[in-house]
Every structure is written in C-alpha cells, then in structure tokens.
Design a protein around this ligand. Sequence first.
Ligand SMILES: [Zn+2]
Length: 95
Amino acid sequence: MKITYDTNIIECDKNKHQINCNECQKITDHYVLSSIEQFGTTSVDEDIYWNCKNQTIQCVICKNISFRTVSICSERQSYDEKGESYYSEKVEVYG
Ligand SMILES: [Zn+2]
C-alpha cells in the first residue's frame, strides 16, 4: 500500500485563537506563529485521508510558547445533534 504525503507551510495569521494556556491555567487568546500542515491519502482507498496541523502557538497574556497539533481523519467521524456527520478534530497541546 502506498501512502501519499503532502506538506503545506502556512504563514502565521494575526487572528487570535481561544486555546487553553498551561501557564495561565485557563483559556486565553493565542497567536498561531506557524502552522505546518501534513495531509495524506492511501493509494488503495482514496476515501481515506488525514490531515494534521502542527502549530507553534503563543499566549497573548503570558507570552508562553507551546506547541499543538490539530488532526482529523476520515475514519474518525462524529455526528452532531442533527445527525449529520463531521470530522471531529483531535487537539493536543504540549509544553
Ligand atoms: Zn498564558
């Protein structure tokens, strides 16, 4: 089985994102300083794909820098209250 990877480097944006800060111990505004997005599909079944954003983030209040990943996989679907499927994001924050 062949797995195809692709990588995108996304410029930092000036938007603020609500993310939990380990230093402030609450949800605060963060800047996303850089975001490197990797996505892949398999040659066997093109319906299977995944996408992972690797982000360096900075808390606006305490300036602490941490790292987070936001990933989705087509095999991991959730259903909203209307019964419509969507890809649930798996978010992990490090540091
Ligand atoms: Zn903070």
